[in-house]
Structures are given as structure tokens and as C-alpha cells.
Design a protein around this ligand. Structure first.
Ligand SMILES: Cc1cc2nc3c(=O)[nH]c(=O)nc-3n(C[C@H](O)[C@H](O)[C@H](O)COP(=O)(O)O)c2cc1C
Length: 216
């Protein structure tokens, strides 16, 4: 197995920043983009349920409309790629069955052999106390995918800007998400920084490790 060095990891994590100004002339290669999409697919989620969808917005007109709904943020149209992160708004018994069947089929197990696991998920997310705020739970899962994408992009030398500053209800409307059972959580623009983005050289603002991390 190949791994990256500690130096590479930290160099790239320090190199990345929330890019405010993208170079609109530079595009992420198709092969690189496919690998970034795979980081979304390979993202871990609680129970493995994957209660989200990622909308890669390619249509320039749609990107323009979404920019207006994000207070004119230039990243929406200038970045090479733009992804809307949407959570599932409900979790039903059918959703759990679909996932359990995918699990058994993927692993060559007989259908029905994961009844206990099915019951556990139903008892938690569909009928249990967490069902009352399941859309918050699905949003949390969605943010994990965002984090994964940001780190993967940094490791590949791709710039990114995660953004919550937008009108989620309007995004939902324009993208037709409610009819499909999804709603907008956040977005991420990806591409290459403009040479004159002054934020690229701004000092990182982070609390010292001793304040954020406890060893007990
Ligand atoms: C979930 C999330 C939402 C964010 N929303 C915005 C946003 O709407 N606009 C923006 O310019 N930056 C946004 N940011 C970027 C943060 O401000 C930035 O990540 C933070 O200040 C740390 O700086 P750095 O990422 O450059 O290290 C967001 C970041 C995250 C993780």
C-alpha cells in the first residue's frame, strides 16, 4: 500500500484555504474530477446509509442563477466545478430496506440476513427519538462528505471554497430538490485560485492545538 508522507499531508492542508477568487480560465481535468467525485461516493456515513445527493452543476445558466441566490458570490460561476450538497429530508422504511438490500447484494449475503441491523436502524431513525430531527442527522452526514472532498482536493492540489452563505430554500426550488426528497445544505466550488486572490497568503487563523485538543 502506498501512503503519502506526513510532510505532504501537512503541507497540503496548510496550502489549502477557502478560495475567494478562482481563475475562470483553468479547469480541473476529467480524470481528476472523476477521482473527486469518488471521494464523495466513498465518504463514510452513519450506518453507511448515505442519506444525501451531490449535484454537480455544469450548465452555465444554472450556475448564474445559483450565484444570484448566493449573494453574487463569484466562486459559483468562476470555479471550474460547483457542487450542491443536499441531504435527504426523511428516512423511511423503504429507504432502509433499499440500503439493507444493497448491503446483502454487495456482499453476497442472502436477502433478509441483516434483519437485526434493519430493525436497529428503524428503531433509531424511523421510529426512535432521532426520527424527530432526522433531517439534522442527514445534514451531519452530508457535512462529512464535504470535509472529505475538501481534504481530497487539497491533497490533489485543487482549490476549493465551501459555502453556506446562500438561500437554501431557493436553491431547493431552482434545483427541484423537494420533489425528490432532498434539500440543500451547503455548496462547494472547486478549481484553481486566481493569481491575485489575496486570501491565498492570509495567515491561517487557528486556536493552538493545546486549546482544541485534550490528551487525557
Ligand atoms: C460549512 C462551511 C461553510 C462556509 N461558508 C462560507 C461562505 O459562505 N463564504 C465564504 O467565503 N466562506 C465560507 N466558508 C469558509 C470559512 O470561512 C473558512 O473555511 C474558515 O474561515 C477557515 O479558513 P480556511 O478554510 O481558509 O483555512 C465556509 C466553511 C465551511 C466549512
Amino acid at each position: 500500500m502506498t501512503t503519502i508522507s506526513i510532510d505532504t499531508l501537512l503541507t497540503q492542508l496548510k496550502w489549502r484555504y477557502a478560495t475567494k477568487k478562482f481563475d475562470p480560465t483553468r479547469k480541473i481535468s476529467a480524470a481528476t474530477w472523476v477521482s473527486l467525485e469518488q471521494t464523495l461516493v466513498l465518504s463514510p456515513s452513519s450506518y453507511g446509509l448515505q442519506p444525501y445527493r451531490f449535484i454537480v452543476v455544469i450548465d452555465p445558466k444554472l450556475r448564474e442563477a445559483l450565484k444570484l441566490l448566493a449573494w453574487g458570490k463569484p466562486q459559483v460561476t468562476d470555479a471550474s466545478h460547483f457542487v450542491v450538497f443536499a441531504r435527504k429530508t426523511t428516512i423511511s422504511g423503504e429507504d432502509v430496506t433499499k440500503f439493507i438490500n444493497l448491503t446483502t447484494d454487495s456482499r453476497g449475503m442472502p436477502r433478509g440476513s441483516l434483519q437485526g441491523y434493519y430493525d436497529m436502524i428503524i428503531g433509531d431513525l424511523v421510529k426512535g427519538p432521532r426520527s424527530a430531527w432526522v433531517d439534522e442527522w442527514t445534514a451531519r452526514q452530508t457535512y462529512i462528505a464535504l470535509g472529505n472532498l475538501l481534504t481530497a482536493a487539497a491533497l490533489l492540489g485543487i482549490d476549493a471554497c465551501p459555502m453556506e452563505g446562500l438561500d437554501p430554500a431557493k436553491y431547493d426550488e431552482v434545483l427541484g430538490l423537494p420533489a425528490k426528497g432532498y434539500s440543500t445544505v451547503c455548496v462547494c466550488a472547486l478549481g484553481y485560485r486566481a493569481a491575485d486572490d489575496k486570501y491565498a497568503t492570509a495567515k491561517k487563523v487557528r486556536y493552538p492545538a493545546e486549546e482544541l485538543i485534550e490528551h487525557r
